[in-house]
Design a protein around this ligand. Structure first.
Ligand SMILES: [Fe+2]
Length: 320
């Protein structure tokens, strides 16, 4: 693992705690925005009343608990052959205290997923502040169902607090706070960089974590798509993210209305590319705002990494 001293970690934690207390958005554009939720909260209340009056609320909750175990295969020219077939389970945005049945639903879904590694890409709590006791209990259920030999790595999202770090360590997950962990098989290594949330809590340390990653095959875990361009310039090979919930409540056909993202809608869900970098935005396992989904199924994702096969000499000659 990249050498980050206890002092580095303490500085990061103190800085994160100060930003959480300040109730501001610290964004990559370097502006400090106040959080204005008045109109959005009004819309949520109005939508909740509408769902109640039309009888759609219960259907929305049922939809939210109907998760998809999505299988995604991604091929890379520079993946070491020793990692061909490597499986990464991604759980993003579970907001585990939103619905009591969500933890058991996720556990049931992942128990046969056979990952080598599990990554959690943020947003574990429903609200932006307050208790996370229910999150702890639900994660204990989920983690008991995950059998990942290379462990569980996690980053914090904008709904999370630095105060959750001891909880994750006690449960057996490792929080990556702007640092890189390297995984080896035989003589080959891949590097996984976990970046702190850039939607509310951006710092220069988060951006430089991407450039500090060692040479080789690099994966970045970032809560939101906000840092995709910086990651592409830093020659990250795979960017795993969430935050958008895919819209959560979408128009028929899955077109998102609100993604809470400052990036282009093409990053709202699923697989995308930016330059040489491949990216994937999870629709998330959970819900925020209201505990409902429409036209946007929640997901837990299993990635299978594939190393491109060398082209046969005859193919290479034909393309000259
Ligand atoms: Fe979220």
């Amino acid at each position: 693992m990249e050498i980050r001293t206890p002092a580095d970690r303490a500085i990061w934690a103190a800085n994160r705690a100060r930003m959480e207390a300040g109730n501001e958005k610290h964004t990559p554009d370097r502006k400090h925005h106040s959080r204005h939720w008045g109109m959005f909260k009004f819309c949520l209340v109005a939508f909740r009343v509408f769902l109640g009056l039309t009888g759609l609320y219960k259907r929305g909750v049922r939809n939210a608990l109907d998760l998809d175990l999505k299988q995604v295969e991604l091929e890379f020219d520079n993946l070491p052959p020793e990692f061909d077939g490597y499986r990464i389970l991604q759980i993003s945005d579970p907001h585990l205290d939103a619905l009591d049945d969500l933890g058991p639903s996720i556990a049931n879904l992942v128990k046969h997923s056979r990952p080598n590694l599990c990554v959690l890409t943020g947003d574990y709590r429903y609200r932006l502040h307050g208790s996370f006791d229910k999150v702890r209990g639900a994660f204990a259920t989920v983690f008991a169902a995950i059998n990942a030999p290379d462990g569980i790595l996690a980053i914090l999202g904008n709904h999370d607090s630095v105060q959750m770090v001891p909880m994750f360590e006690e449960l057996g997950a490792h929080i990556l706070a702007n640092q890189t962990i390297s995984l080896s098989r035989n003589q080959s290594t891949i590097h996984i960089t976990g970046v702190d949330d850039a939607y509310y809590y951006f710092t220069d340390d988060a951006a430089s974590a991407l450039t500090r990653a060692p040479e080789g095959f690099r994966i970045a875990l970032v809560h939101s798509p906000e840092l995709a361009h910086q990651a592409s310039r830093a020659k990250i090979d795979l960017y795993l993210t969430g935050h958008t919930h895919g819209g959560q409540v979408c128009l028929p056909g899955g077109y998102p209305i609100v993604t809470h993202s400052r990036t282009h809608k093409r990053f709202a869900s699923g697989h995308w590319t930016l330059g040489e970098m491949k990216g994937y935005t999870s629709r998330g396992a959970g819900v925020s705002g209201l505990p409902v989904r429409f036209n946007c199924r929640g997901e837990v994702t299993v990635f299978t990494l594939r190393a491109s096969q060398p082209r046969a000499l005859s193919d290479q000659m034909a393309s000259i």
